[in-house]
Design a protein around this ligand. Structure first.
Ligand SMILES: C[C@](O)(C(=O)O)[C@H](CC(=O)O)C(=O)O
Length: 292
């Protein structure tokens, strides 16, 4: 099912954060209808750094390509600010779409951006962002590749300005609207009340961030159609990794951790090792062909 059709369903779609082919394949196995390629997750895992605009366009493009080679679930891609001005946006959209993005998210922060849940953000003018959205729409090859417009203005200019920006981004043709970092259930309700009739709305659940965590079903009742949990996977893995390394350092062995790990066979089962080797064997030459 296309992402556009999925977002038209009554139930909200949950898109868990993924940052590589392994996390994407595990999430796909759990049955999600969409995945969210988190820019923060790439920064956290590949760079070991916070989400402050250090990740490059090509690093995201490579990640999309590796995920797309492994899973075919619709992929919403975080393109940050588009990595520059309207022309950079066009190059980003063309590249990410060809790599396999199903939706591309652009935000109205200045470059370099920072996580929407950090303080001291700054935004470009609404007019400049409208130009970037139009540039993105003109650059995409297919109208099935959705453009998600995110505004970070709520923390800087307040609710009314953020809603006005989102309305302007919808008028410019954005397919999905994302008002970043509401601080309460009341703010989530106001955003949904004002914008849900315009475009499908995205809600962003960041554990420990500015927005109280809500279940997808609750957000669906408010009017949100796409609920992302972008950084949860890295927070869960970082928690597990710290316990694992501390245990190994103390014990000098992985045995005490064995009940919290997949073993060799368990991981191979998850990776589909038997299937991919069987597929490879179909192309192996016979003994006679091997000698020819
Ligand atoms: C959605 C987001 O842009 C991301 O990179 O996934 C981040 C999430 C995070 O930092 O955990 C955001 O700015 O909200």
């Amino acid at each position: 099912m296309s992402l556009r059709s999925t977002l038209a369903l009554a139930e909200p779609t949950i898109a868990p954060g993924v940052y590589d082919a392994l996390t994407a394949s595990i999430a796909a196995e759990a049955g999600f209808k969409a995945l969210y390629l988190t820019g923060a997750g790439i920064a956290y895992t590949k760079l070991g750094r916070p989400d402050i605009g250090l990740v490059s366009m090509m690093e995201v493009a490579d990640t999309i390509a590796m995920i797309r080679d492994r899973v075919d679930v619709p992929l919403v891609v975080d393109a940050d600010t588009g990595f520059g001005n309207a022309l950079n946006v066009q190059r980003t959209v063309r590249l990410f779409e060809r790599m396999g993005a199903s939706a591309i998210q652009l935000e109205d922060q200045t470059t370099p951006k920072r996580c929407g849940h950090l303080t001291d953000k700054t935004v470009i003018s609404a007019g400049e962002m409208v130009g970037k959205i139009k540039a993105a729409l003109d650059a995409r090859l297919s109208a099935d590749t959705l453009i998600v417009a995110r505004t970070d203005a709520l923390a800087i200019e307040g609710m009314e300005a953020a809603i006005e920006r989102a309305e302007r981004y919808a008028e410019a043709g954005a397919d999905v609207l994302f008002v970043e970092a509401p601080k309460s259930s009341e703010q989530l309700s106001v955003i949904a009340g004002r914008l849900a009739s315009k475009r499908p709305l995205l809600a962003n659940m960041v554990e420990g961030g500015s927005t109280p965590i809500h279940a997808a079903a609750e957000l669906g009742t408010l009017g949100f159609k796409l609920v992302i949990f972008p950084g949860g996977i890295v927070r869960a893995l970082a928690f597990a990794a710290r316990a694992y390394y501390q245990s190994l350092a103390q014990a000098g062995s992985t045995k005490p951790f064995a009940d919290r790990m997949l073993d060799f066979n368990g991981l191979n089962a998850m990776l589909g090792t038997a299937d991919i080797l069987a597929n490879g064997a179909r192309y192996a030459p016979t003994d006679a062909e091997a000698q020819a």
